[in-house]
Design a protein around this ligand. Structure first.
Ligand code: HEC
Length: 258
């Protein structure tokens, strides 16, 4: 008797589960989804949404006064604005100028600035080729005369249509970029604009003497940002190509003046 009972139950059970299993699965699925629904509808506020929880009616809170977010203490005016103690654009970096700084500056410049300014700084980058406003050439006289702190500031805050790069590029790197902009400018200046000891080094290099002799460039002739690139034979084509950025030898740059 016992034996026959157990045989019956084993035959019924598979039958039952076959019929009810799909129902069970659907039921489970529905109830599990329902459980997660709470998470989807969790109480939250959109940015700037109002709320009656706080007395000022805003759901967002002001930063606690007299506190500074970690990593945002920027007390060094020169480092973060490009303005020196005298209230003028700084004419030196806030850190030592080394070959590493210039190499870093070139690398960052070529990532963040070339899309518009191109590798040689003439202002004919790819985005400009596609219709964006053409920036002035770094080689125009007005910009050649600007102190390095000015380039740091433009890289940080932007200028006119150009947006600033504070959010993407840290301050040290913006200084390195500013130093590289100066290198680009120097690369197209006549040798005679260099300090005499540097002229001496350059003229001792074979062929450089000819460049001094033949350089008819005078400081006023590329005012306006267009024009005389062709006269700078040493840079090759006036189009910004892979080769047109000066491969400046930075190894001896340590301590050089900006
Ligand atoms: C998306 C294009 C774009 C990028 C990228 C860009 N710039 Fe510019 N930049 C411009 C334009 C356009 C102007 C001219 C703005 C105007 O006159 O409205 C300009 C102007 C400038 C000027 C000249 C300011 C003056 O006094 O005339 C400097 C210097 C400069 N940019 C530096 C940089 C540096 C450094 C970077 C990289 C960190 C950079 N720019 C990245 C588009 C760009």
């Amino acid at each position: 008797m016992t034996n026959s009972k157990s045989t019956r139950s084993t035959t019924i059970l598979p039958h039952l589960s076959q019929r009810w299993l799909p129902v069970l699965i659907v039921l489970l699925a529905v109830t599990t989804v329902a459980c997660r629904q709470d998470m989807h509808d969790m109480a939250r506020h959109e940015p700037l949404e109002e709320s009656d929880f706080f007395s000022d009616g805003s759901s967002a809170r002001q930063p606690v006064s007299h506190t500074v977010a970690r990593g945002h203490l920027q007390t060094d005016r020169l480092m973060f604005t490009g303005i020196g103690d005298d209230g003028q654009w700084a004419s030196d970096l806030p850190m030592e100028l080394t070959a590493e700084v210039l190499a870093r500056g070139q690398e960052r410049y070529e990532i963040f600035c070339t899309p518009c300014h191109d590798r040689a700084g003439s202002g004919r980058g790819m985005i400009v080729e596609r219709g964006f406003k053409q920036p002035p050439s770094y080689h125009e006289e007005r910009l050649r005369q600007m102190p390095v702190g000015y380039f740091f500031n433009v890289a940080s805050e932007g200028y006119g249509l150009m947006s600033g790069y504070k959010a993407q590029v840290k301050a040290e790197d913006r200084w390195a970029i500013a130093a590289w902009v100066r290198v680009l400018q120097r690369s197209r200046s006549p040798i005679t604009s260099l300090p005499s000891e540097d002229q001496g080094i350059l003229t001792s290099i074979e062929g450089a003497g000819d460049a001094i002799g033949s350089d008819s460039h005078d400081d006023s002739d590329d005012e306006g940002g267009s024009g005389d690139e062709e006269s700078h034979a040493s840079l090759g084509s006036s189009q910004p190509t892979m080769d047109s950025a000066p491969r400046t030898e930075v190894a001896g740059a340590d301590g050089a003046a900006l």
